[in-house]
Design a protein around this ligand. Structure first.
Ligand code: G
Ligand code: MN
Length: 532
């Protein structure tokens, strides 16, 4: 019997092996006791070793579990907290609103829940473009901190989108405090930021909706606060509380946009022709103004768009042009107007000899259309396709759209003039520009805005503004076209100021193409009878 036989194949630590070898050699201990001792000792050693292995494996496992927990927590954090501000995000907002509403709906005491959406305005985007990213991130962080500071106890702040924060407040009765907090939020957000080199301040718009007045579900509250926010932005008001009429306006707007898109998509020109129509309002040049009626002739027409909506009936341009402008749909609609007006000019040209070929059609160009890079090529294409001369087409551009980007406007108007097309400034007198400034632009005429006609004969201030505009235009060699004349007295007054060209209900409303052409025939017959 050897020691190996007793302890088996297992590796024992050198110390234990030495100890067991000594025991094995002892003569004073009976063999059977030695054998039992040694095998037990070896077995014990093995068990200890196994225990060590197991506990270090356990430790490893424990570490792994802890690491996984940390990863999960991080992930969870990122799922529910905004990284830049550490504020709860829209997921949390969703859950919270859900439980606030449940609570309010099951509580016997009335409970108001107020939702504020606070959106930073364009000034943040501007700052972001010129600042280092870390600075704009800091502004966002700081904005969150400022908002947090002014929250009452019963409320929570969320950071839902990069430039959007939401506050939810729960009140027993919200009363006047709703607006008080909106003002506080605005003050805090717009307070100056002092940066290393300069200071800036960021504005914001706020939309508010309250439970139970403006919605009882999570979705309706958030949607209505968002609708109120759009109203604030559109009206440039700091904060707006939701009103049901706003939804009607929004739904109408979406419907309008969809219809325009559908009209444009469906059958292109055929469908647009069916839904849209250009009407023409005569533009008159007065030759004498001494009798009971002014004497003059038609020199041109302004094309004014009308929309025969399949289900809404006739929609006025005041309602759909702004919507089309906002969505960019004005560009294809405006191009269609250019093509259609050019076609009419071509049809007049064919009736050569009646004097129609000298008439011009004036087409309105909206601000967005004017900025569109394809404007010039669209005009060129409309003219060449209909084979009409450039001087039969005029363009009306509003004062404000020229002032949006004066340098670009200057370039564009020069190019339009080089093509042989005259430009009028529309709605003149409603913007902020001065005539002497506009002299830099190669324009043929200004269209005196029709709002001046309302009190031209009764209000001294209106009289002096109109007089000043006419004097200055004469001095600069710019023609004045008076819009919206409805009475002979207005014409007599303006005739004395030197105005010769007029447009307005006094001479005629905008009418469909065939009617306008028929009326032209009458005019030209009158002319020939005058001549005879
Ligand atoms: O902004 P724009 O200049 O393009 O304006 C043309 C508008 O003026 C059209 O809405 C047209 O119907 C309207 N209009 C034209 N003549 C008159 C008028 O004599 N009185 C009033 N109230 N509106 C007019
Ligand atoms: Mn016009």
């Amino acid at each position: 019997m050897s020691l190996r036989d007793l302890i088996g194949d297992d590796d024992l630590p050198a110390g234990t092996l030495r100890e067991l070898r000594e025991v094995f050699r002892r003569r004073d201990v009976p063999d059977d006791i030695k054998r039992r001792y040694i095998s037990l000792r070896a077995r014990q050693q093995q068990l200890e070793q196994q225990l060590d292995d197991t506990s270090s494996a356990l430790d490893d496992l424990h570490e792994q579990i802890k690491a996984r927990k940390r990863r999960e927590q991080n992930l969870e954090k990122r799922l529910i907290y905004n990284e830049k501000t550490g504020l709860a995000n829209h997921t949390v907002l969703d859950n919270d609103l859900h439980s606030f509403l449940n609570e309010a709906n099951s509580s016997p005491a009335p409970r108001d829940i107020v939702v504020y959406i606070i959106a930073l305005d364009q000034s943040f985007e501007d700052a972001k473009r010129s600042l280092e990213p870390s600075l704009s991130d800091w502004i966002i962080y700081e904005t969150g901190e400022r908002l947090k500071e002014c929250l009452p106890a019963n409320s929570r702040l969320y950071h839902t989108r990069e430039t959007e924060f939401v506050v939810v407040m729960v009140h027993n009765h919200s009363g006047d405090v709703v607006e008080y907090y909106a003002d506080r939020f605005y003050e805090e957000v717009s307070r100056r930021f002092t940066l290393p080199k300069y200071t800036i301040s960021i504005g914001c718009y706020i939309g508010i909706a309250c439970h139970p007045d403006h919605g009882s579900s999570k979705r309706s509250l958030l949607r209505n606060a968002d609708i109120a926010l759009s109203n604030s932005i559109r009206l440039r008001r700091v904060s707006t509380t939701y009103r049901p009429e706003m939804s009607v306006a929004v739904i109408e707007k979406i419907e309008l946009q969809n219809s325009i898109i559908k009209a444009l998509e469906e059958q292109t020109i055929a469908e647009i022709n069916r839904q849209f129509e250009l009407h023409y309002q005569p533009l008159i040049e007065i030759e004498s103004c001494s009798g009971t009626v002014p004497q003059g002739r038609v020199v041109g027409a302004e094309a004014l768009i009308r929309w025969h909506h399949p289900s809404h009936g006739l929609v006025a341009p005041d309602r759909f042009i702004p919507v089309a402008e906002e969505s960019g749909l004005i560009v294809p609609i405006g191009t269609w107007a250019l093509y259609t007006a050019s076609d009419l000019l071509a049809s007049w040209g064919v009736r050569n000899g009646k004097g129609f070929e000298h008439l011009f059609v004036s087409v309105n160009v909206s601000p967005r259309q004017f900025r569109d890079e394809y404007l010039l090529s669209n005009i060129e294409r409309a003219l060449s396709r209909a084979q009409v001369a450039a001087d039969n087409l005029r363009l009306e551009i509003t004062e404000s759209s020229i002032m949006d980007d004066p340098e670009d406007s200057l370039y564009k108007i020069h190019r339009i003039r080089e093509m042989g097309i005259e430009v009028s400034i529309d709605d003149f007198g409603t913007g902020y520009s001065s005539l002497s400034y506009l002299k830099r632009f190669p324009i043929r005429s200004i269209k005196l805005d029709r709002t001046f006609m309302r009190d031209l004969l009764t209000d001294k201030a209106t009289m002096s503004i109109v007089k000043a505009i006419c004097n200055m235009a004469a001095g600069l060699g710019i023609e004045v076209i008076v819009e919206g004349v409805e009475q002979y007295e207005q014409i007599q007054y303006l005739w004395d100021l030197g105005c010769r060209r007029y447009q307005g209900f006094y001479f005629g409303r905008a009418v469909p193409e065939d009617l306008f052409s028929a009326e032209l025939d009458d005019w030209s017959m009158e002319d020939s009878s005058h001549g005879a």
